[in-house]
Design a protein around this ligand. Structure first.
Ligand SMILES: Nc1ncnc2c1ncn2[C@@H]1O[C@H](COP(=O)(O)OP(=O)(O)O)[C@@H](O)[C@H]1O
Ligand SMILES: [Mg+2]
Length: 250
């Protein structure tokens, strides 16, 4: 089943045509990686999937983006509900200046959850799901800033998970992390695939090959091709993809 479908998506920043006619289907509970040289539109496209670009003045979208069969840009769509369902994790870990516990509880509190025992249970469950519980269970009241960068990033993933999204968008989530923390985040992505649909931008091709089921190659605002990750890396159909994955540019 397709979780996400985009149909002929074009996007402009002012006069700049940043995305050109992008159509793709993303299957439920799969991991799709976006690769391509810097500036080709990966983050722009990712941000369209939970309407983060709405916040940027002077932008324009044409085409259709559907999640669970619903046009997410239709009139009447509640953007905060959409963002609850489609969570986002950024390049740099950005925990709030709060305790570990309160970082994860944040989304629940913002959504008006008052039942403290439910919140406690959900925080524990989520931290377990984010493979962080064992490392933090004895210091839940400590500031999130006391964690290592890799732990902070897994905490941010937990924070996104706490409000029960079904899609997680990750924009180069490991690019600021050391190799061991990167491996942990990659393992986590692998686990999360059982429950979530995951779209990950990465400039690291090995990472795309390790974590994703399908890979989409972007180049200059176009999606050149999408396919099974193994095929994209061993037998791409387009010359641009081949040049990129063999390191001829990028
Ligand atoms: N807020 C913005 N305003 C204007 N142009 C932008 C903005 N964000 C990105 N762009 C431009 O859109 C293009 C695609 O950027 P981006 O989606 O960030 O690429 P990528 O994530 O692949 O590196 C680039 O040319 C970039 O300069
Ligand atoms: Mg980017």
């Amino acid at each position: 089943m397709n979780k996400i479908e985009t149909h002929d998506v074009n996007f402009w920043y002012g006069d700049f045509h940043a995305l050109k006619g992008i159509s793709m289907n993303i299957e439920e509970k799969s991991v799709v990686a976006f690769i391509g040289p810097s500036g080709c539109g990966k983050s722009t496209f990712l941000r369209l999937l939970n309407r983060m670009n709405d916040l940027i003045p002077g932008t324009r979208l044409e085409g259709k983006i559907q999640i669970d069969g619903q046009d997410i840009y239709a009139k009447g769509v509640q953007v905060d509900e959409l963002r609850k369902n489609v969570g986002m994790v950024f390049q740099r870990p950005n925990p709030f200046p709060k305790s570990i516990f309160e970082n994860v509880a944040y989304g629940l509190r913002v959504n008006g959850v008052k039942d403290e025992s439910f919140i406690r249970q959900r925080v524990e469950e989520t931290l377990k799901g984010a493979a962080l519980w064992d490392e933090v269970k004895d210091k839940l009241k400590v500031s999130a800033y006391a964690l290592s960068g890799g732990q902070q990033q897994r905490l941010c993933i937990a924070r996104a998970m706490a409000v029960s999204p079904s899609v997680l968008l990750m924009d180069e989530p490991a690019s600021a992390l050391d190799p061991i923390s990167t491996a942990k985040v990659e393992e986590l992505i692998h686990e999360l695939k059982n429950d979530y649909t995951i779209v990950i931008v990465t400039h690291n091709m090995q990472q795309a090959a390790r974590v994703s089921d399908r890979t989409a190659f972007f180049y200059m605002g176009n999606m050149v091709e999408i396919g099974d990750t193994k095929d994209i890396f061993t037998n791409p159909t387009k010359l641009e993809t081949q040049n990129y994955i063999t390191g001829r540019f990028g």
